[in-house]
Design a protein around this ligand. Structure first.
Ligand SMILES: Cc1ncc(COP(=O)(O)O)c(C=O)c1O
Length: 390
């Protein structure tokens, strides 16, 4: 049979990125004493009240078709949440409820790219970004971030990468994998480039609720003059530990939402009203659990940093936000990939090689902060033992 080129464009994109993770899972399934730090799946439980709302609303008959943009109560909740977080009014007509950030990314690029259009990705970047750009025929263009500057953006390099085919810049702050939180000044400088070249800014803010230390969250969507060109994608997968609910959204201009709803209705024909009710409840009532998770991630990052302090050639950086810590292993002389493979074989600790996230992740490991402090301390002990044997 003849298949559309999308299937070959996407096949193989990314599969080798997960090789260490898959090997680690196999060992764990055999009962080996494996510490799995390779995937960003929240380990703390979701708030029981969110589950209660979902199940009560399901039983109350909220199982029919929903409105295409999202249910009115959900859109109201998003409008209140964003009006408060963006520090300016954001209307109910500025959202599309979607099954998670991943679908929101897919919709965003499907609705703004024509084949051959280029998208600037700040490298290292989240593992699915190449695919969401490539799916509608776009071309990912990596722009390097400097590990020695905390993976913050080099504004001149971004501007230099713009060509007549550039259509969008994809941002992710707090970043997976780097943990960098972009400042307002950085976003304004990127926004100025976007305005000069008439580009979209797609801003993946799935970790927005996890900001550490004195860092301050900023979104280009907070700036009124960037509103028309910014598409925010986010969800409750991380903030409320509910990735299996697949509850996320796009926040953008009313004009964008009016256009893109035809794409989402064609794909989805709505969502599950009882899950929208649970998501609205989460955004309006369950923010204390978010703080508990955020504090746990930071405490675990500190344990990892202290734990590898004596590991030769290894440096841990406390993340500015998010739920990952990057280990810089360049000082060991091994690539991130070799370090991760050997660490798995010799010490049964599973991490993601930085190379899985682009060229600039080379010589790093991404460690998910999804195990409790004592397990994290044991992981750090094993990493130290391995590094000091090299
Ligand atoms: C940066 C980033 N974007 C998007 C996603 C997907 O999130 P969701 O579960 O909301 O689709 C993830 C999940 O790990 C992520 O790390």
């Amino acid at each position: 049979m003849k298949y559309a080129s999308i299937s070959s464009r996407l096949s193989g994109l990314g599969s080798d990125k997960w090789a260490v993770h898959i090997a680690g899972r196999r060992l764990a399934a055999k009962g080996e004493n494996v510490i799995l730090l390779s995937i960003g799946e929240p380990d703390l439980p979701p708030a029981p009240s969110i589950l209660d709302v979902a199940s009560n609303q399901m039983r109350a008959g909220r199982t029919k078709y929903s409105a295409g943009e999202g249910e009115p109560a959900m859109l109201e909740a998003l409008s209140r949440h964003y009006t408060q977080r963006m520090e300016r009014p954001v209307g109910t007509d500025q959202f599309l409820f979607l099954p998670g950030t991943q679908t929101a990314l897919f919709v965003a690029f499907l609705s703004i790219l024509d084949p051959g259009d280029e998208v600037l990705l700040l490298d290292p970047y989240y593992a699915t970004y190449e695919a969401v750009v490539t799916a509608p025929g776009g071309k990912p263009v990596p722009v390097p971030l400097d590990p020695d500057r905390g993976f913050h953006p080099d504004i001149k390099a971004i501007e230099k990468a713009v060509t007549p085919r550039t259509r969008a810049i994809l941002l992710n702050s707090p970043s997976n994998p780097t943990g960098a939180v972009f400042t307002r000044e950085e976003n304004l400088a990127i926004g100025a480039i976007a305005k000069r070249h008439d580009l979209w800014i797609v801003s993946d803010e799935v970790y927005a609720m996890f900001i550490h230390g004195n860092h301050v969250f900023h979104s280009p969507f907070m700036e009124k003059d960037l509103e028309e060109r910014t598409i925010v994608v986010s969800s409750i997968s991380k903030s409320h530990a509910l990735p299996g609910f697949r509850c996320g959204w796009i926040a953008a201009s009313a004009e964008y939402c009016k256009r893109a709803v035809s794409v989402t209705e064609t794909m989805l024909f709505g969502s599950q009203p009882f899950l929208e009710d649970a998501t609205a409840h989460a955004l309006e009532h369950e923010l204390s659990g978010v703080a508990v998770m955020r504090d746990a991630y930071l405490a675990r990052a500190r344990v990892m940093k202290e734990g590898v302090a004596r590991a030769r050639g290894v440096k841990a950086h406390i993340p500015e936000g998010g739920m990952f810590v990057m280990l810089d292993v360049r000082g060991t002389g091994l690539s991130g990939d070799d370090f991760a493979r050997r660490l798995l074989n010799e010490e049964k600790v599973v991490t993601m090689p930085g190379e899985s996230f682009g060229l600039k992740g080379a010589g790093h490991l991404r460690v998910a902060l999804t195990v409790d402090v004592d397990v994290m301390a044991e992981a750090a002990r094993r990493i130290t033992a391995f590094a000091n044997r090299l």
